[in-house]
Design a protein around this ligand. Structure first.
Ligand SMILES: CC(C)(COP(=O)(O)OP(=O)(O)OC[C@H]1O[C@@H](n2cnc3c(N)ncnc32)[C@H](O)[C@@H]1OP(=O)(O)O)[C@@H](O)C(=O)NCCC(=O)NCCS
Length: 248
């Protein structure tokens, strides 16, 4: 049976983030009911993943997204239809309400789905236990971010690295353009007491002040960043929910 999901009222001012530890026993037990709401095309996609963990994460992400969107649209989860944008972002198909946004991210041990009344919404979760090689910041971060990272004390380096990484992923996902946005044409500045601040290169056709960013550590091992465009949604109204029991 599906565990209870949040009621999706006040979506105009709230971002709901539903988290699931895909390898936890109660989430594994819910896999058949999550898989049952997927489309034939999604079933084919699941089969293409060679690693069992990738398959599970895909089913949990799509299944949860369908359940949440179904609640918000008063439809059964399997009646929710998706379209694919040119850069790969899945969105609601044109027959549905167009002001509802959702975003999905998976990493070993965690799946996150966010939903709100803005289409420009991006989430990223990362497993901070993954190996980071020395060259990654220079390859993927903006020069200001590399400088800020290297100025951190040694015990803060890993944490700040994942702050930058998840924020950058969340922003490019919220724009729906993926890696077609050059990663050195925008940068974040971190202050432990303030929300992250975005700076855009003039070549980027976007306005930094329109965005809000949020960072969280949903488990001891995972980092999460969320990017939301628009003034209607207040990030202080962010709601984190666990599907199943949160990992210890
Ligand atoms: C595809 C990409 C949008 C995210 O990839 P990712 O971090 O590996 O994977 P995540 O699990 O966080 O996100 C995947 C989900 O994002 C969504 N997605 C795919 N393309 C998207 C796009 N262009 N815009 C927004 N969302 C997208 C999908 O829902 C997908 O899950 P699903 O297919 O199971 O539904 C893209 O940013 C990418 O390829 N990143 C590679 C990593 C990298 O080099 N990052 C450098 C950042 S510093």
């Amino acid at each position: 049976m599906m565990p209870a999901l949040p009621t999706l009222d006040a979506l105009d001012t709230t971002v709901h983030v539903v988290l699931a530890a895909h390898d936890a026993p109660e989430v594994s037990a819910a896999l058949p009911s999550l898989r049952a709401v997927l489309s034939a095309q999604e079933n084919v996609r699941e089969q293409r993943y060679r690693m069992p963990g990738d398959r599970e994460r895909f089913v949990v992400g799509r299944g949860l997204a369908r359940h949440l969107l179904g609640q918000a649209l008063a439809l059964s989860p399997s009646a929710v239809a998706f379209a694919l944008e040119p850069h790969g972002r899945p969105t609601l198909a044109s027959g549905h309400r167009r002001d509802l946004g959702f975003t999905v991210s998976h990493t070993p041990g965690l799946v996150a789905v966010a939903i709100s009344a803005t289409r420009e919404l991006g989430i990223d979760v990362e497993d901070t236990a993954r190996v980071i090689t020395q060259d990654i910041p220079n390859r993927f971060f903006a020069p200001d971010e590399v400088r800020e990272l290297h100025a951190q004390p040694p015990d803060r380096q890993v944490s700040v690295f994942f702050d930058f990484w998840t924020l950058k992923e969340a922003y490019i996902k919220a724009r729906g353009l993926g890696l077609s946005i050059p990663l050195d044409q925008f940068s974040f500045h971190l202050d432990p007491h303030q929300p992250p601040v975005l700076t855009l290169d003039p070549r980027q056709p976007d306005t930094a002040a329109h965005w809000q960013f949020f960072l969280a550590s949903p488990t001891a091992r995972h980092r999460l960043a969320l990017a939301v465009r628009g003034h209607r949604v207040k990030t202080q109204s962010l709601r984190l929910w666990w599907f199943g029991v949160p990992p210890a």
